[in-house]
Design a protein around this ligand. Structure first.
Ligand code: AMP
Length: 294
């Protein structure tokens, strides 16, 4: 508890400096750089300590040349703008950014327990308590995002990190949009995309309900529901909502009921997220603290 308080106090120190962003100009010399945490498509992520506050952060270093080559500068700008304004316990904080001639640096909250997909690979599938705790946390984070007119559009295990206490953090806002309208862009990974997005028809915030349903299935069965060898088969299975529940592992009918209410072709008929939080499977299984304790 003492550690948690110290962390959050330090966090506030970094963030108040970051939110005074216009005044504070970060440079690399403000940080002690530690071990590499991972490697992404456009650069590396390092553990780092902000020298003045001693606060531990994750520093994501992106190469401008690679961003330009892949024409994702616009996407990055949008990601930074959206993520830096979202403050929720289940959304990874983006404290600020800076750049030099060759690189862009993102100052991120450090997620000490790292990646969810590795946990899932290790366990093959999660218990119903663990799955429900994560799904409820994500639902709360998405309700918060949607309330701010932000749709995530790319909810999948690779974009989720686990914080020091075991809490889930949505980490990647690369495909998110700030929107008041319905959208048409096709984005995200095929397995998690709803029918309206694979068919490139208009979509809205209910795309995130679908992806959360896919994720809930994957948590419980270890594979996404519409997986197929060929892209074209995944596409067909999504469009037809070809949803099958294997006999193993054994999953409760309450969990299957929830998934079936989220994976609905007509986006207006998907279970709203606030109703999801009242679903018996969530109420009976999700830890109210939002933290999964092994
Ligand atoms: P990314 O470029 O976001 O895909 O990040 C590459 C890898 O770095 C991830 O797969 C994680 O293992 C690690 N990583 C990224 N961000 C963080 C963070 N905030 N805290 C801890 N590890 C991270």
């Amino acid at each position: 508890m003492a550690i948690a308080q110290t962390n959050s106090q330090q966090q506030e120190k970094v963030s108040s400096e970051a939110s005074a962003g216009e005044k504070k100009r970060w440079t690399l010399s403000d940080f002690d750089i530690g071990k590499p945490l991972g490697r992404g498509k456009f650069g590396h992520v390092y553990l780092a300590r902000e020298k003045r506050s001693n606060h531990i952060v994750a520093l994501k270093v992106l190469f401008k040349s690679q961003l330009q080559q892949s024409q994702v500068e616009h996407q990055l700008r949008r990601e930074v703008e959206i993520q830096s304004h979202l403050r929720h316990p289940n959304i990874l904080r983006l404290y600020g950014y800076f750049y030099d001639q060759k690189r862009v640096y993102l100052i991120l909250e450090y997620a000490a327990k790292c990646e969810l997909y590795k946990e899932l690979q290790k366990c093959k599938y999660f218990s119903e308590r663990r799955a429900a705790t994560y799904v409820a946390s994500l639902a709360r984070a998405l309700i918060f995002c949607h309330g701010k007119h932000v749709i995530h559009r790319d909810i999948k295990p690779e974009n989720l990190l686990i914080g020091a206490q075991g809490e889930l953090k949505i980490a990647d806002f690369g495909w998110s949009v700030h929107t008041f309208n319905r959208r048409r862009t096709m984005c995200g990974t095929l397995d998690y995309l709803p029918p309206e997005m694979v068919e490139s028809v208009e979509h809205d915030a209910s795309v995130d309900i679908w992806s959360l349903g896919v994720l809930c299935y994957e948590f419980l069965y270890g594979v996404p529901p519409f997986e197929a060898k060929e892209h074209s088969d995944t596409y067909r299975r999504i469009v037809q909502v070809d949803l099958k529940f294997p006999t193993k592992p054994i999953v409760s009918s309450a969990a299957k009921d929830l998934i079936s209410q989220m994976l609905v072709k007509d986006s207006s008929q998907r279970l709203p997220l606030h109703k999801l939080l009242e679903h018996p499977w969530i109420v009976q299984n999700a830890d109210p603290s939002g933290i999964y304790k092994a």
